[in-house]
Ligand binder design. Structure first.
Ligand code: PBG
Length: 334
């Protein structure tokens, strides 16, 4: 027999002992459920994201009701904007009669308890497919874009959004949006900032869902990627600078995106802030699990619950995930 003082297996011996020393738990109220919405009269399935749709407004409301009944308390909305409404400055983003404001009002009416988060960025509204305005020289303009983002956030707040989520990565946008919301009487609306958003290939299925990838429509040069504003995947320390800035500028919640390949960034930001932290388990991460599960190569339920629990262990309070309703249902079954 080994002469061991410590035997960590003692506390793993029975289910009761294991439950007693479990450090983190997963619950449906930690999920934020991303939903795509379009103008159509029926739903359009998204090929690369099995189970996800571009929802029409009626079905969107039903889906939010289903999520609520499963214990999910927050949804985030993304619009598939008709090509004819896109422009170089993305002005449709602050149309108070636009798709997102209408969807927010509808959901607030049908499900008054649900917290509604929005995405603040120009890409679904931009004919160039960028999160900001592209100059004639092909530069994504910072300060000019921030002005429009402020109008977008105010329009979303006016429709009833609880949390606005700037995902554009322009400099100084959190403070500018905070001031714009306060000036318009929306001091109670929170900012969940995409603090460390990396220029990632994991967004591929999302851009397909919204038809929002950068593209050239002739005329001016359009950058083929988002590298001049989204972060370099090689950088970790820089995420701490972004976190410091967002906190100083008044963000209420800090988000890291994508999630799985960036768990170290989540952990590092957790050490530096007392604010709640969210991670975005993005479209490509979702699609990979779905693809392997469809082939029977992994146990979907076990992999999803392990993944989401791991975000909590890494330091996340909140997880944006397309798995939210399935995971919430599995958690209910126990
Ligand atoms: C756009 C935005 C993106 C995502 C959320 N907001 C894509 C991008 O930056 O190109 C990606 C979400 C996902 O992949 O699930 N500002």
């Amino acid at each position: 027999m080994l002469d061991l003082l410590y035997r960590p297996r003692r506390l793993r011996r029975t289910p009761a002992l294991r439950a007693m020393v479990q450090e983190t738990v997963l619950q449906a109220s930690s999920f934020i459920y991303p939903l795509f919405v379009h103008e159509g009269a029926s739903n359009e399935p998204i090929a690369a994201m099995p189970g996800c749709n571009r929802w029409c407004l009626d079905a969107l409301s039903d889906e939010v009701g289903r999520a609520w009944d499963l214990g999910i308390r927050c949804v985030v909305l993304f619009p598939k904007v008709a090509e004819g409404l896109k422009s170089e400055d993305g002005a449709e983003c602050f149309n108070e009669g636009g798709l997102i404001p209408r969807a927010i009002r509808r959901l607030k009416q049908d499900h008054p308890g649900v917290a509604i988060m929005t995405d603040v960025a120009l890409d679904p509204y931009s004919c160039d497919g960028h999160d900001g305005i592209v100059s004639e020289e092909g530069v994504v303009l910072n300060d000019e874009t921030v002005e429009i983002l402020c109008q977008q956030a105010v329009a979303q707040a006016r429709a009833g959004a609880d949390l606005v989520g700037p995902s554009d990565m322009m400099d100084g946008r959190v403070e500018a949006i905070r001031n714009a919301l306060d000036d318009e009487g929306f001091a109670h609306v929170g900012i969940i900032s995409y603090t460390a958003k990396y220029a990632s290939a994991y967004y591929g299925p999302f851009r397909e869902a919204l038809d929002s990838a950068p593209r050239s429509s002739g005329g001016k040069p359009i950058p083929a990627n988002k590298d001049t504003y989204q972060m370099n995947p090689a950088n970790g320390r820089e995420a701490l600078t972004e976190a410091q800035l967002d906190e100083d500028e008044g963000a209420d919640i800090l988000m890291i995106k994508p999630g799985l390949a960036y768990m170290d960034v989540i952990f590092r930001i957790r050490q530096e802030t007392q604010l709640p932290i969210a991670a975005y388990n993005v479209s490509g991460e979702f699609s990979m699990v779905k693809a392997a599960a469809e082939r029977g190569w992994i146990n979907e339920r076990a992999v999803v619950l392990e993944t989401l629990l791991s975000f909590r262990r890494a330091g996340c309070d909140l997880i944006l995930t397309y798995h939210a309703p399935a995971a919430a249902a599995w958690l209910r079954q126990g």
